[in-house]
Design a protein around this ligand. Structure first.
Ligand SMILES: [Zn+2]
Length: 1080
């Protein structure tokens, strides 16, 4: 039966090959030696049956910046801060591995590895390749950094994996491809991350940190290892085998043999008075015996390493050798404990081979508490401006990728510039970067790296935009006529080009695959300007004064007093429009903007036909009218006073960079009266609110908008009273949410939250505020049977619903004490000698919770979420032309894709990949439940969409873009019978033979093997990796079996498959990734 099945497989593959005849370029080489690689599952040391097999995992955890900067860690400088030098670690480990083929090591962070790799001689590189091919050095995780899971956006997570795995693939081929996720240090774990790992083809993931109560319960009930359902929409292709490590990622107490540790080595001198072999082995056996009670199989994974360990690898290995030797010697006397050098993939293989079933999980691992008073929910908000800058970085990276791909001519620097930004964004995803849990100096280093990388990519963009826009200017030979400058201070209404010039051009580049209408704001000196669109039409404009809190800001070096507002309509997909803006010498129709007369006795209303906001006489929001109903909705700023203590015991925990711990859960109002100014014009209506000396806000509704914008400005947070403060924006409604609210998972699927409750275990919450906080990467919402309220954020923040109908988001925090989790500094950000000021936006949606006649509010929110993540990027250029000259000389409208994709399809990636290749990802942005009409399959033709490119071929890959999806195999694990309510495992049944591979109702893209059909050993090194092999196989869509192909049929089949190949379907929340081959 088994063999037969294998035979069928071969036949199917063969026939597919005959049909397609595809040359597949540029996906990795085979190893250069003749020897067949023995990496991955085939390189595992054997375990012993009927014994407790202890898999010793030699590893180092190398933070891509934390107490020291990335480079300080790599080179090992600043030893007084931390004795840590990654270059020495890799040097030392490689030497040890070369000496002894028995030894194993795993390496995780590609950011460090490739820095090291580039410094090696060819000879050394070849030795390392040999280690990788023999499975002695194994890459695991493999992303640029070990990303955080609470504050990162999925687009950036996917990007940084794609890049890390790409370099591993380019360098090592199939043996360099990690199969295991290794998230040992991030502070809680998101369900989306599990889904991403699964879609990248990983077989499993191990992590270190989960709530202490959850962990106790899981160990007690042997549920520390499980099948995690990563998605409510994607069925089993988002399932991931996941294991919680026993001891975080440290060695057992007393067995830390690193140069950084103080534990005793194993002393085995026969006559040494210090001989401790018996005592050490006894202690180790005691540890593993206890640990074994928490796990289901006779296999244990024990991490032997820690932060920056193995700078002197021999110290570790010498002692591990002895540990293994003396422990296993006892087997002669009846011991059933067997120690071995192993890797997490070998451990996973042992679990798989055990042939047992596993518990399942569908919620996530947030929030993480390490003790009753340490909820790691502060870092959801820590360093709000760095968190926003990171989001800008993602935005610019997408723009830079697209334009680099669209470039008519590319100079040699294009790739290095783009890669620099890719890698910098990879660093930013690290669990001590975007999280805000690094030292201040390190945060500044991250910001500096970002700004240099953004500048590098700007030069690509300037070149491309000039090429595209001056193509029609026959008189011009200038290669870079226009500046296409980015104004980085638009968030304080400052931009030299628009302020200082009487005329300038504004190019709006739209990175989305649908056309967009967008209200644009430009800082200007005066209020009378004319805006001309690419067709020569003069657009309606409105000038709104820059809010006083902004214009009064110290160190704001700007003469802009107004923001010029206009509606840029129908911005072309993956393209741009350039607008010509000129100061008008004649008085325009609009006069100088002035505030509406002050009213003290009546309410203030702003809005449009879709949504109206009413403010009470004290200046607070009081009501929102939308979707034909009026709801009481107020908004205010409050702050928690931070708990302080010496951290000597749990009860004395301070609020800090990681931990949110309000003092006695007390909350204070920022003010009880708000002074307001109201500006109403034909494009936007605004209420400028001042809450106190350090909190202000602009609430605005644009003419055609379906939601309200709250642009908050907080800081410097006062600390003269020596009290740290954590500031929230709170929206109170009369919606009866009954303890339930929803938060997003890394910007994708929404997760249901219930106050004082965890979905899969009984929680006792000792911090009623902090323990109910969840990460909000993009959205928080609540609803009842009639109404719904949702808020979109512009960066990651912590949020909660502590009362029914109420949502709060923490926007800023300034603390005076450290929380004793290592960073060793208070989170007290300053700028120009004062507390840091942060500014950002919340987008408020209110409306009917049920399906509305046309489209649901949820679907609209998804669309706005996308449009606020990736709005058009503004490029400013000084121009010397008259408007007429400008209109006739340049290409002022450009679109890079020809077919506008359906609005709910996102072009998640469009980037240059290998030579003459693009990497593209399409994504359905709705969940199944979001909308009755639009949460459906959509179908489109890739070739039509990418008609700007000369597409020769495409091939679908796993989510990371580095493995062919049709060659993709994943280990399969069987859920416990009682958990089989969710049963999507029956991809095919025992009785059917071939058809089950090809007869799936949906395009059969992922071949899943149930246990009966493949021997465990076959799921090994030879599967699942991209191979460059002459007879590489078929393309993606197979809807019908093709078992026998005659010459006649072959021709027909080729024609239809040629068409079908480019036709793709997306189901709700589905992402599909393709390598697109371009004609040379
Ligand atoms: Zn770490």
């Amino acid at each position: 039966m088994l063999h037969k099945f294998g035979g069928w497989l071969a036949l199917i593959y063969l026939s597919s090959f005959v049909v397609h005849h595809v040359e597949l370029r540029n996906i990795r080489r085979e190893p250069e030696s003749d020897a067949r690689p023995q990496c991955g599952y085939t390189s595992c040391h054997p375990t012993k049956p009927n014994m407790l097999n202890v898999h010793l995992i030699a590893h180092t955890h190398d933070d891509v910046g934390w107490l020291k900067t990335v480079d300080q860690y790599y080179y090992g400088s600043e030893t007084r801060i931390q004795k840590a030098g990654v270059q020495y670690i890799i040097d030392s480990v490689v030497e040890s591995l070369l000496r002894d083929p028995e030894k194993r090591f795993i390496y995780v962070e590609s950011a460090f590895f490739f820095k090291w790799w580039k410094e090696q001689t060819k000879e050394q590189q070849d030795k390392v390749k040999m280690l990788v091919n023999e499975g002695r050095l194994e890459f695991i995780g493999g992303a640029w950094s070990m990303n955080d899971e609470a504050t990162t956006h999925y687009q950036s997570v996917i990007d940084q994996f794609a890049w890390g795995l790409r370099l591993l693939n380019d360098t090592f081929g199939e043996c360099g491809r990690p199969r295991i996720g290794w998230q040992i240090d991030p502070f809680g774990h998101s369900r989306e991350m599990a889904s991403i790992f699964a879609q990248m083809g990983f077989d499993g993931m191990f992590f270190g940190r989960l709530d202490y109560q959850d962990k106790d319960e899981r160990l007690m009930t042997q549920k520390a290892e499980m099948i995690w359902h990563g998605s409510e929409n994607l069925d089993d292709k988002a399932d991931l085998f996941t294991g919680a490590l026993y001891n975080n990622y440290q060695a057992p107490d007393g067995f830390c043999f690193d140069i950084l540790c103080a534990d005793q080595p194993i002393i085995d001198g026969k006559h040494s008075p210090d001989n401790n072999v018996k005592e050490r082995i006894d202690a180790f056996f005691e540890f593993v015996t206890k640990m074994a009670k928490g796990y289901r199989t006779p296999n244990l994974l024990i991490t032997m390493g820690e932060d920056f360990h193995y700078q002197n690898a021999d110290m570790w290995y010498k002692n591990l050798d002895k540990l293994i030797k003396y422990a296993n010697e006892r087997q002669a006397n009846g011991s059933n404990i067997n120690l071995l050098y192993s890797t997490p993939s070998c451990y996973l293989k042992s679990l798989h081979d055990a042939g047992i079933s596993w518990p399942t999980k569908s919620d996530d691992f947030f929030p993480y508490a390490s003790d009753p008073h340490a909820y790691w929910t502060g870092y959801f908000t820590s360093r709000p401006t760095l968190k926003r800058f990171e989001r800008d970085g993602n935005h610019f990276l997408q723009v830079c990728k697209q334009l680099s791909a669209l470039a008519p001519k590319r100079s040699a620097e294009f790739d290095p510039h783009l890669n620099f930004l890719r890698e910098t964004m990879g660093i930013m995803q690290h669990h001590d970067a975007v999280t805000g849990t690094e030292k201040q100096k390190v945060a500044l280093d991250y910001a500096k790296r970002m700004s240099v990388a953004l500048r590098a990519c700007s030069t690509n963009i300037r070149s491309v935009l000039n090429q595209l826009s001056i193509a029609s200017d026959r008189n011009s030979q200038e290669p870079s006529k226009f500046e296409f400058k980015t104004c980085t201070l638009l968030n304080i209404s400052s931009c030299a080009t628009s302020e200082l010039n009487k005329r300038f051009a504004l190019t709006l580049y739209n990175p989305l695959a649908h056309s967009v209408n967008e209200y644009v704001r430009v800082p200007v000196k005066d209020y009378n300007y004319v805006v001309i669109d690419p067709t020569g039409k003069v657009l309606p404009v409105q000038a709104v004064p820059v809010p006083k809190a902004v214009s009064n800001m110290k160190h704001r070096n700007s003469s802009a007093q107004y923001e010029l507002v206009f509606l840029a309509s129908s911005l072309p997909p993956v393209g741009y429009k350039t607008y010509y803006i000129e100061k008008s010498e004649t008085i325009p129709a609009i006069g100088k903007p002035s505030p509406s007369p002050k009213k003290t006795s009546s309410y203030t209303v702003i809005g449009n036909n879709n949504i109206q906001l009413t403010f009470d006489t004290n200046g607070f929001l009081a009501e929102v009218t939308a979707d034909g109903m009026t709801r009481m909705i107020s908004q205010e700023f409050l702050y928690y006073e931070a708990a302080t203590g010496n951290n000597a015991e749990f009860l004395n925990r301070s609020s800090g960079a990681y931990i949110f711990r309000p003092d006695n859960n007390q909350i204070r109002f920022a003010t009880d009266e708000v002074t307001i100014e109201v500006y109403k014009g034909q494009l936007v209506q605004e209420v400028h609110q001042k809450f106190n000396d350090w909190i202000s806000q602009v609430v605005r509704v644009y003419k055609q908008s379906n939601h309200a914008e709250f642009e908050w400005l907080v800081g410097p947070i006062p600390i003269k009273d020596n009290i740290g403060k954590e500031v929230i924006s709170r929206f109170k409604s009369d919606i009866k949410s009954d303890g339930i609210f929803f938060t997003d998972s890394n910007g994708r699927e929404m997760l249901k939250r219930k106050r004082n409750h965890r979905e899969t275990w009984n929680v006792k919450i000792h911090e009623s505020v902090a323990g109910n906080y969840y990460p909000v990467t993009t959205k928080i919402a609540l609803e009842d049977t009639t109404a719904r309220m949702a808020i979109l954020t512009d960066r990651a923040q912590g949020g909660s619903s502590l009362e029914d109908g109420v949502l709060e988001l923490m926007v800023h925090r300034r603390l005076l004490h450290d929380d004793a989790f290592g960073v060793g500094e208070a989170l007290n950000e300053t700028e120009y000698g004062e507390g840091l000021i942060a500014r950002g936006k919340h987008h408020l949606f209110v409306g009917q919770s049920l399906q509305r006649p046309d489209v649901s509010l949820k679907a609209i929110e998804r669309l706005v979420q996308l449009e606020t993540l990736l709005p058009s990027w503004k490029f400013f250029s000084n121009v010397s032309y008259s408007s007429d000259q400008w209109l006739t000389s340049f290409t002022n409208t450009y679109h890079g894709i020809s077919v506008v994709l359906p609005k709910f399809v996102n072009l998640l990636s469009l980037e240059p990949w290998h030579e003459n290749e693009l990497l593209v990802r399409f994504e359905h942005i709705l969940e199944k439940k979001d909308d009755v009409r639009y949460s459906q399959y959509v179908q489109f033709n890739i070739k039509d969409v990418l008609s700007a490119f000369n597409v020769e071929n495409i091939r679908e890959t796993t989510l990371d873009g580095n493995a062919w999806l049709d060659e993709h195999r994943r280990m399969e694990f069987v859920p416990d019978p009682e958990d089989e309510a969710y049963n999507n495992y029956g991809t095919f049944t025992k009785s059917s033979k071939v058809v089950h591979l090809l007869s799936a109702s949906k395009p059969m893209l992922e071949v899943k093997y149930s246990k009966e059909t493949l021997e465990a050993g076959q799921l090994g090194a030879e599967s699942n990796r991209i191979k460059r092999s002459a007879n590489s196989r078929h393309f993606t869509l197979h809807r019908k079996p093709q078992q026998e192909v005659s010459a006649e049929n072959l021709k027909i089949s080729m024609q239809s498959s040629e068409r079908e190949k480019y036709l793709i379907e997306l189901s709700p929340m589905e992402i599909r990734t393709f390598v697109v081959y371009l004609a040379k």
